[in-house]
Ligand binder design. Structure first.
Ligand SMILES: Cc1cc2nc3c(=O)[nH]c(=O)nc-3n(C[C@H](O)[C@H](O)[C@H](O)COP(=O)(O)OP(=O)(O)OC[C@H]3O[C@@H](n4cnc5c(N)ncnc54)[C@H](O)[C@@H]3O)c2cc1C
Length: 493
């Protein structure tokens, strides 16, 4: 348990109404919704030692929101005190801890509690949840809010196990290892790397940035708020108008992902201009220009990444890595760079809970059901897995706006389902397979002609190329779909 945020213990009831996995934005949002609905018999279990999920794990230098913070906050708990337009990680984590305190969630949270397996007992209509410490919990509803981006993915490079220097993942930053004067390699050049590289370059003796494929990068219009601006954000009408404007500004970004549209040309033009303006060397510029369409991979925001690559102690390595040996990195052209530390900014295993064994009706396993290609009805429920709600589940990622918009829609949906089961005095509800399949066929049809289907590798896709990460529409379309559950698509028992 974290010393920083002591969490009260509560007497364990025999059967919880709901068990929620994780204390990230989603898990906390679900907890607050249950409390607001008068449901207090629930537990939030968290394997880490602190609250915050993504914002507890990612403490790397430069970790910041890449969506405007007044939009990356709950719609019902606006924060007038963000220090800047794109808040840094410690502030976001503090916001989440404050949220948990304010909405009385602390007594419901159990930290250092990892779930290892969950199975649905149809006879009792209960989820049986096995914790790592041997304890078993029982709950009517199981909310899987374990985060699509919570399990670090390490690169699979020959010889990595023979490396004798320090090696860590960006989401598990080793703060006990100062980088001053060290020879550092950063593997990966996506969202985390573009934040890390500018911060550590002034410390390192030498910094090698290993790129597999470049990303489209646009300017980041950050702004530090003056006290008078924060005072204005305290006025509800101003805070709401500001959020409304930000909401629609971000929704407009979605238009830039329509492959041949006007906004796509604007988006790409902006990124090209940014690259031309910041990188003078034509060879470096060529190495940094993506060959795939704007939006195929997540578009990044940074003003200082390109300039950092031009520092005399920094080198962009765009030749693929062949192997890692005892003390360095060897690229396919045979060149070796000796390094003291390797930082893997290589993203996450977007497996949607496959590290926990989940069994539904008749012992059916979720990873068998998915066979490497996660899918769900409206991204939330899965046929044969009754009373299970996945938050930020398959095909609910977005590249253009705040994930919290999707989370809030899913939380309200799950709550309505929970209430309907009680209203009808049933034990469980389960989505019909045909409804789930129909939803996914339509979704995949839309995705097949989208920018995400273009030739790029991204975390939105499986190895086989199926798009499982992203929702192809606007956030208002998704929210509208989820506003009222279509109970005709469910069976209730
Ligand atoms: C570095 C980074 C930056 C990001 N920036 C943005 C951004 O700017 N804007 C945006 O919209 N989105 C951003 N995202 C996406 C971000 O993940 C979501 O916005 C949001 O934080 C997800 O919240 P969550 O609660 O669903 O998942 P998480 O925050 O990942 O929380 C899941 C929690 O579940 C816990 N858990 C997992 N498995 C178990 C288990 N078996 N037992 C117990 N506990 C378990 C984890 O420890 C974790 O605490 C970012 C992601 C990363 C990684």
């Amino acid at each position: 348990m974290s010393n920083e945020h002591p969490v009260l213990e509560q007497a364990a009831p025999e059967i919880y109404r709901a068990v929620i996995l994780g204390t990230g934005v989603s898990g906390l949002c679900m907890g607050r919704a249950l409390r607001k609905a008068g449901i207090t018999s629930f537990l939030i279990i968290e394997k880490s030692a602190g609250i915050g999920g993504t914002w507890w794990d990612n403490t790397y230098p430069g970790a910041e929101c890449d969506v405007r913070s007044h939009l990356y906050s709950y719609s019902f708990d606006l924060n007038p005190d963000w220090s800047q337009a794109y808040a840094p990680q410690p502030e976001i984590r503090e916001y989440l801890v404050r949220f948990a305190t304010k909405f009385d969630l602390l007594p419901h949270i159990r930290l250092n509690a990892a779930l290892t397996s969950a199975s649905f007992d149809a006879g009792q209509g209960l989820w049986l949840l096995q914790l790592e410490n041997g304890e078993q919990l029982k709950a009517s509803f199981f909310i899987c809010s374990a985060g699509p981006l919570s399990e670090p993915r390490y690169p699979d490079i020959p010889g990595m196990d023979t490396y004798e220097g320090r090696l860590f993942h960006s989401a598990r930053w080793d703060h006990d290892y100062p980088l001053n004067g060290k020879r550092v390699a950063v593997i990966g050049t996506a969202a985390s790397a573009v934040q890390i590289v500018p911060r550590i370059a002034p410390l390192a003796a030498r910094l090698y940035v290993c790129q597999r494929s470049p990303n489209w990068i646009i300017p980041r219009l950050n702004h530090v708020y003056a006290p008078w601006e924060k005072a204005l954000f305290r006025l509800k009408p101003i805070a709401k108008t500001n959020r409304f404007l930000l909401y629609w500004l971000h929704e407009m970004n979605r238009l830039s992902f329509n492959p041949s549209g006007f906004m796509a040309r604007i988006g790409r033009g902006l990124a090209e201009w940014h690259l031309r303006r910041q990188v003078i060397d034509p060879r470096l510029r060529g190495a940094l220009r993506p060959s795939y369409p704007f939006g195929c991979k997540r578009v990044l925001l940074s003003n200082d990444y390109y300039p950092t690559l031009m520092r005399s102690n920094v080198e962009l390595i765009d030749t693929p890595i062949d192997r890692i040996d005892r003390n360095g990195i060897v690229t396919r052209d045979g060149q070796k760079r000796e390094v003291d530390v390797i930082i893997c900014a290589t993203g996450f295993n977007v497996k949607h809970m496959l590290s926990v064994e989940i069994r539904g009706l008749q012992g059916y396993r979720l990873n068998e059901a998915w066979a490497g290609e996660p899918k769900a009805y409206q991204g939330v429920t899965v046929a044969s897995f009754p009373n299970l709600f996945i938050l930020l589940g398959p095909n609910t990622g977005q590249g253009h706006t705040s994930a919290i918009l999707f989370i809030e829609a899913q939380v309200n949906y799950a709550l309505k389902c929970i209430q309907e089961v009680a209203r009808q005095r049933k034990r469980f509800l389960s989505v019909k397979p045909e409804a789930m399949n129909r939803y996914n066929e339509e979704l995949q049809k839309t995705l097949s002609t989208s920018v995400w289907a273009a030739g790029c590798r991204s975390w939105y896709k499986t190895e086989s190329g199926k798009i499982i990460g992203i929702y192809p529409g606007f956030s208002f379309q998704y929210a509208k779909q989820l506003r009222e559950p279509r109970f005709e698509d469910y069976v209730m028992c």
